[in-house]
Write a protein that binds this ligand. Structure first.
Ligand SMILES: [Zn+2]
Length: 147
């Protein structure tokens, strides 16, 4: 098994399988109504798994600081500081979650397939090339039997 993050061989005893709850962050409201999600086991080396486990709560915490910062800022004489701190921590949290926290991101999920982004080029080279398929089943000339 090879690591999806860097494409290096994944020793069985140190391997971790990241469960991705796939969803589209950009379409949160729509997703709540017509949400498509599934569990996907993603091979990931221990080092990435540990890094992810460390930085995700940091990013989440940074984002959570934004809300009390706004409230405290509003109650103080200088609300500008509250807004500044809230914006900074919110942006910092998004950056931390977007870089250290994410490995694979769901780009598109349909009933038949899912498209993910974020896998390393070295990992992708290990995969077999997908066969080109036409959306409508075609009957090849000379193939009387069909498939
Ligand atoms: Zn790796």
């Amino acid at each position: 098994m090879f690591c999806v993050h860097c494409g290096k061989p994944n020793a069985e005893d140190s391997s971790r399988y990241l469960t991705i709850l796939a969803g589209c962050l950009l379409y949160v409201i729509v997703a709540l109504v017509v949400r498509k999600r599934f569990d996907l086991l993603v091979p990931l080396r221990e080092i990435h798994f540990r890094r992810r486990r460390l930085w995700r709560p940091v990013g989440a915490l940074l984002m959570l600081i934004a809300f009390p910062a706004i409230v405290v800022g509003m109650m103080s004489d200088q609300p500008g500081w509250g807004v500044l701190i809230a914006a900074t921590s919110l942006l910092g949290g998004i950056l931390v979650l977007g870089t250290a926290g994410s490995t694979l991101r769901a780009a598109k999920i349909s009933d038949h397939f899912a498209v993910f982004r974020g896998a390393d080029e070295a990992f992708l080279r290990l995969l077999p090339v997908a066969e080109e398929r036409s959306p409508v089943p075609s009957i090849a000339a000379g193939n009387a039997g069909g498939v």
